[in-house]
Design a protein around this ligand. Structure first.
Ligand code: ZN
Length: 337
């Protein structure tokens, strides 16, 4: 099964790289400023539903406006209700969603996501969540800044998601109520934790499930000192090493939409009060931000190819999946037997 899919994914790839904007300079000063502000004490750990989260939302909304993103919802606000895990209480969350319209107005769409919520207070101390995930939001805003006044080949949606920490709720609300025809969405790039790793390693997960992505991920220009590792997306990576359901891309995964998750491995500051601006590796965060900017440019330029490769994989899966049902008649996805 997997070898069939791998073979299908490696056929005749002609990647576009002519006149690529991949190496356009990002605004490094503003990227660090966004990270510093979003992880400052007055954001109070950005717990969903709190004043700190409200403050973070106000800041992100203003920055989306400065970047020139058009609002997907009034004032970018996608308000949703959800019931957290181990609870019966209905809560309200708020995503912020904007977009840049591409030259191809009806074609495939790329969705960039980063969650802005975090844990609030942990044991009486503020959990600032500088790496998790002020870093991903700052990178996303930096990408939007660099692209917001251009016309990319394809429409790019930028979503700052809420309520990730208690169950990926903002991502599920976005996927359930996409601001474009959901059939047009062919790729999610999810950014969650881009700022701390002693070896300067940045995993890129997702190609196990969508093997045609592997060569594309390798084709993205990587800025120094970032080192990209593909993986962390299946059981071979050991206990805790399959990140398919570890962040917001899981909502896209469940909808059958390809995703690439850029995010560092666990570290000593993960979900601790010490995850604050002072411990961020600034050079690593900036090279990661440049790299994910390059990735968004690359995948926009190659999105028509991605859409074709996805259609090929889906056709191959529907051929082989007809007999692949369990006793209750439920489909078993390739690789999950
Ligand atoms: Zn996170």
């Amino acid at each position: 099964m997997r070898s069939l899919l791998l073979a299908a994914g490696s056929v005749a790839l002609a990647f576009s790289s002519a006149a690529s904007a991949q190496n356009a300079e990002i605004d490094r000063v503003q990227a660090l400023e966004d990270l510093r502000i979003l992880s400052a004490d007055d954001m109070d750990g950005r717990r969903t539903g709190t004043n700190g989260a409200h403050q973070a939302r106000s800041y992100i909304r203003a920055r989306m406006g400065e970047a020139g993103l058009r609002p997907s919802f009034r004032l970018y606000d996608q308000v949703f209700t959800y019931t957290p895990r181990r609870s019966e209480e209905e809560l309200t969350g708020g995503n912020l969603v904007g977009f840049i319209e591409g030259a191809n107005r009806e074609g495939p769409v790329l969705v960039v996501t980063a969650h802005y919520d975090h844990l609030g207070n942990c044991g009486g101390q503020i959990c600032n969540g500088a790496d998790d995930n002020a870093s991903g939001v700052a990178a996303m805003l930096t990408i939007a800044d660099a692209l917001g006044t251009t016309t990319p080949d394809h429409t790019i949606i930028f979503a700052a998601l809420d309520a990730e920490e208690n169950g990926l709720n903002g991502a599920r609300a976005l996927v359930a109520n996409m601001p474009v025809d959901p059939d047009r969405v062919v790729l999610n790039i999810n950014l969650d934790m881009l700022a701390i790793n002693a070896e300067n390693e940045l995993p890129a997960a997702g190609a196990y499930h969508f093997p045609f992505l592997r060569a594309h991920i390798d084709a993205v220009d990587v800025a120094e000192p970032t080192h990209i590792i593909q993986g962390y997306d299946n059981a071979e990576w050991g206990p805790g090493g399959d990140w398919t359901y570890s962040s917001d891309h899981a909502a896209f995964h469940d909808a059958g939409i390809p995703w690439i998750y850029y995010g560092v491995d666990f570290h000593d500051h993960y979900h601790q009060p010490t995850d604050e601006f002072e411990v961020v590796q600034q050079d690593f965060f900036l090279s990661n931000t440049q790299t994910v900017f390059n990735a968004v440019v690359y995948f926009d330029e190659n999105l028509a190819t991605i859409a074709e490769e996805l259609a090929t994989q889906r056709a191959a899966e529907s051929d082989v999946m007809i007999p692949h049902t369990d006793e209750s008649g439920r489909f078993i996805k390739p690789g999950m037997e």
